[in-house]
Design a protein. Structure first.
Length: 463
């Protein structure tokens, strides 16, 4: 009997092709069935609880936006000061990511511990808003929120990646970014509530949800069957090599262009609709919530398509479509039929986040596997640094020129991103070859988690 071994990372399977001897061992098919039965409940649990954590974290992130109107009236805050209160979270997040990247914290410590500390810290900082009595204290609280959230988001991507092989990781990350999207959209829905009630219960509830989700992740989610190799001793030179990798560097550039567009639309969509489309202060937030929520299914669909047809290809199509939509919306402004403009905005909502899973999947599969946490942290650091600038530039351009041209200018981000992705496609980097093309997945070998049954299969396969 001739045995041919094929490897697919932690899903490695001994595929036995025998000569017609009448004896066909069922080892490969039985092991595949056992792995599917054993891993799926753990995968689903990890996916659910990590998505809960991301949803809660992003609800805290945009909580100040939901309660901004009553805060402006209570504390006598100007529009400029209000923009600082919105963007200071991004500044705190970037500072936290910078510290984490410089120390490779995401690769030294268990991701569950970082997520727990980040959720509790962000919840405490956010809840402190009810205790302060002015803008200076609120700015400190919101800065600390961003600082602690840098311990939730990057480790969450890394932890989720340990539960899915490189070939199927994009779909899982797409679901997680769907939770990211819904958490970002949730404050728009809350706006109708805080208009008639006190803003303090909203702050307390979102803070409590973040603390609970962090506890659930810490207690119920472990590292999955696709763990990343240990980093060993810290070396700044090795960490620098991570971002100098062509696939990682170009993915970060493309991600930054994507973030320039995405975060500005999310932050100013309601204002743009009110100013350009002349919709009411009640209708505009609901339409904004609907458009942003479209990113949930869009991210999930994008992740699945990326796993099947190639992540660079899907990201290029998604970023091109969303960039064209935002440029058209800026050019049309209040012109044309309202239904057409709404449909274009819904299409943008569907494609605006469908490229996000591709960037994280590319980085987690092509970066040096010892420094995946650091690579993801640097990716997010660069992307959110861009948003700090963009969130300041867009409203100032709108005040100086018009919302029409400020929205049109957002297409510059997708243009830069598509250029970087085309360079990746031209160089043939950024994709994990299919199993039939390379014979072996890039995921590290799985630990022995099936006990005696696993050993029996190995013995049978060796016959």
């Amino acid at each position: 009997m001739d045995a041919i071994v094929t490897c697919n990372g932690a899903d490695s399977e001994l595929a036995l092709h025998s000569q017609p001897t009448g004896l066909e061992p069922p080892a490969a098919s039985a092991r595949a069935a056992l792995e599917a039965t054993a891993k799926r409940p753990g995968q689903n649990r990890a996916l659910i609880f990590i998505c809960m954590g991301i949803f809660s974290a992003l609800s805290i992130w945009f909580c100040a936006s939901a309660v901004l109107v009553p805060l402006m009236g209570q504390w006598d805050i100007s529009n400029t000061q209000a923009s600082f209160l919105t963007s200071i979270v991004n500044v705190g997040f970037c500072v936290g990511c910078l510290g984490s990247a410089c120390t490779s914290l995401a690769d030294f410590m268990r991701p569950q511990c970082l997520i727990l500390a980040g959720c509790f810290g962000a919840a405490a900082a956010n809840a402190s808003l009810v205790l302060v009595h002015g803008l200076p204290g609120a700015l400190v609280c919101r800065f600390m929120v961003g600082l602690f959230l840098s311990l939730v988001y990057p480790p969450g991507v890394k932890l989720l990646s340990t539960w899915f092989s490189a070939q199927h990781r994009g779909t899982a990350i797409g679901v997680m970014f769907g939770a990211f999207c819904l958490g970002s959209a949730f404050p728009q829905l809350l706006r109708s509530i805080v208009a008639r009630h006190s803003w303090k219960p909203v702050v307390i509830c979102t803070s409590g949800a973040a603390a609970i989700s962090g506890t659930l992740i810490f207690t119920l989610v472990g590292v999955g069957p696709f763990p990343f190799p240990s980093m060993g001793s810290f070396s700044a030179a090795n960490c620098a090599k991570v971002v100098c990798s062509p696939s990682v560097g170009l993915a970060i550039v493309a991600y930054s262009g994507h973030m320039w567009e995405l975060f500005c639309v999310w932050a100013w969509i309601a204002r743009f609709i009110e100013e350009s489309w002349h919709l009411s202060s009640f209708t505009a937030p609901l339409l904004a919530f609907t458009v942003i929520s479209m990113g949930g299914p869009g991210s999930w669909i994008g992740g699945m398509l990326g796993d099947r047809y190639g992540r660079v290809r899907v990201a290029t199509v998604s970023l091109t479509t969303s960039g064209m939509c935002v440029a058209i919306l800026g050019l049309l402004a209040h012109e044309g039929h309202l239904v057409i403009r709404v449909c274009i905005f819904l299409l943008w909502g569907l494609t605006g986040l469908s490229d996000s899973p591709q960037f994280s999947a590319i980085i987690t599969t092509t970066a040096d596997q010892r420094f995946v946490g650091t690579a993801v942290t640097v990716q997010l650091l660069c992307g959110y640094l861009v948003t700090v600038v963009a969130l300041w530039v867009v409203p100032h351009m709108a005040n100086s020129i018009s919302w029409r041209w400020s929205f049109f200018s957002l297409a510059v981000g997708p243009l830069v991103g598509v250029t970087a992705l085309l360079c990746m496609g031209w160089k043939g980097i950024g994709e994990v070859p299919r199993v039939e093309e390379q014979g072996c997945d890039m995921s590290p070998p799985a630990p022995q988690i099936y006990g005696e049954a696993h050993q029996e299969f190995d013995s049978a396969a060796a016959l």
